[in-house]
Design a protein. Structure first.
Length: 423
């Protein structure tokens, strides 16, 4: 535990609840970043044969390799040293890390004892911010009772009782999109959205911010998404009441259609999207990380001063993203011929695949007599009730490392930003 005197400010301490995929990679991120001077990780139970097992699970990763090589390259030496087996103490690359193994209910985790003002909950178990703090199954609000000033949730919030609204102290923030909306006097529970929403928001915001492409009539997205731990290695029986049995099928050899809440969550971080008929879906494929968003957008074409239809073409779209990438390190633009493994670990919210973006201009016939509430006099004055409306259809491709490079790094940025703003 980091000690401090009354004459000096307390050094920053981070709490992480759970050591699953995002919890473990958050630990990697913050060990490498060195902003937090101590990290406390709650597991809530014993693991394997003790601290040796935990240290090995932290050190080695099937996707990103060994931690020391990830941080410093192929010639690096191990950076984890166990200092106290009984009390769960270790040093990881100079950062003191404490492993807690007793309490699983957030209400009983002693964050205050360790000085952890901010806690990142990566358990995936406490998605509903309306659940009372003393609920017997646990509540994300329990972390506040344990001493955290702000809790960041590594997934979208989901309110089970549809009659309830989002509490006033709860918000959804994506770093680089709306993170400055954090209000230290108001927000106690923060969702960092999802990996897909993070990448999607960084694809959509540049379009809405450009005068020519801001006229999005409708849009949809599909994410070709890497496997997650919610899926099965081999086929298994679904739980009672399970409606979507496809996730119980083996991910080793299947392409699996499923849903995503990315389009819905997008409205929370970019409210103007509400005016667009946005849809989303997910296609799970048997890769361990690196996913791809295919964004379909339809724009209303505009006319130039000569009365000619000024199309939004592929060149224009690529210029928009190329310019954004020059000013915003969270968006990258590439004209290389990438495959997914080329971009694993890439530190960007999204990497726009410019070589594959494309557009098509078309004229959509619109029967004005089918449009409700138009004045009858207007219809008579027009004469021909069939109008041809010029539109541009666009497909925009964006890669994102759904585990570390895109999502965990952006949540890490958000965590540091919030911590700096609650002091």
């Amino acid at each position: 535990m980091v000690k401090s005197s009354k004459s000096e400010s307390r050094l920053p301490v981070l709490g992480i609840n759970s050591l699953g995929r995002i919890g473990k990679l958050s630990l990697w991120h913050h060990v490498g970043r060195k902003y937090f001077k101590e990290i406390v990780v709650n597991l809530g139970r014993d693991v394997g044969t003790g601290m040796d097992t935990i240290a090995r699970l932290i050190e080695a990763d099937g996707t990103y390799g060994l931690l020391h090589r990830f941080l410093y390259g192929i010639k690096a030496q191990p950076v984890i040293q166990i200092t106290d087996n009984k009390n769960g103490k270790m040093i990881i690359d100079g950062i003191p890390v404490t492993i807690l193994r007793e309490e699983r209910n957030p209400l009983n985790i002693p964050w205050r004892q360790y000085g952890a003002d901010i806690v990142v909950d990566c358990s995936g178990n406490f998605k509903d911010p309306t659940v009372p703090v003393d609920d017997k199954k646990g509540s994300i609000r329990g972390h506040l009772n344990g001493g955290a000033k702000v809790v960041i949730h590594s997934a979208p919030f989901k309110i089970n009782n549809k009659a309830l609204s989002t509490p006033d102290d709860t918000t959804t923030l994506i770093y680089g999109i709306n993170h400055t909306a954090f209000d230290r006097k108001k927000h106690l529970l923060v969702s960092a959205a999802s990996c897909t929403t993070t990448a999607l928001a960084h694809m959509v915001k540049p379009l809405l911010g450009n005068e020519e492409t801001s006229t999005i009539l409708t849009a949809s997205m599909s994410t070709i998404h890497a496997v997650t731990n919610s899926q099965s290695v081999l086929d298994k029986l679904p739980k009672a009441g399970e409606k979507d049995i496809r996730k119980t099928r083996s991910i080793l050899n299947n392409i699996i259609l499923t849903s995503t809440g990315a389009a819905k969550t997008l409205i929370e971080v970019i409210p103007e999207v509400k005016n667009i008929g946005f849809m989303g879906d997910s296609i799970r494929v048997p890769t361990n990380t690196l996913s791809l968003i295919i964004l379909n957008a339809t724009f209303q074409a505009r006319q130039n001063e000569a009365g000619e239809t000024a199309s939004i073409n592929t060149k224009k779209l690529n210029e928009i993203y190329r310019k954004v990438a020059q000013d915003n390190l969270l968006v990258r633009f590439t004209m290389q011929q990438n495959v997914s493994t080329d971009l694993i670990g890439e530190d960007a919210a999204v990497i726009i695949e410019g070589q594959f973006n494309h557009t098509r201009t078309a004229y959509i016939p619109v029967d004005l007599s089918h449009i409700p509430n138009l004045p009858e006099g207007l219809l008579h004055g027009i004469g021909d009730r069939m109008l041809k409306v010029p539109v541009v259809h666009a497909k925009i491709f964006g890669w994102y490392d759904n585990e570390y490079g895109s999502y965990t790094n952006r949540m890490g940025d958000l965590t540091v930003y919030i911590h700096k703003n609650i002091q």
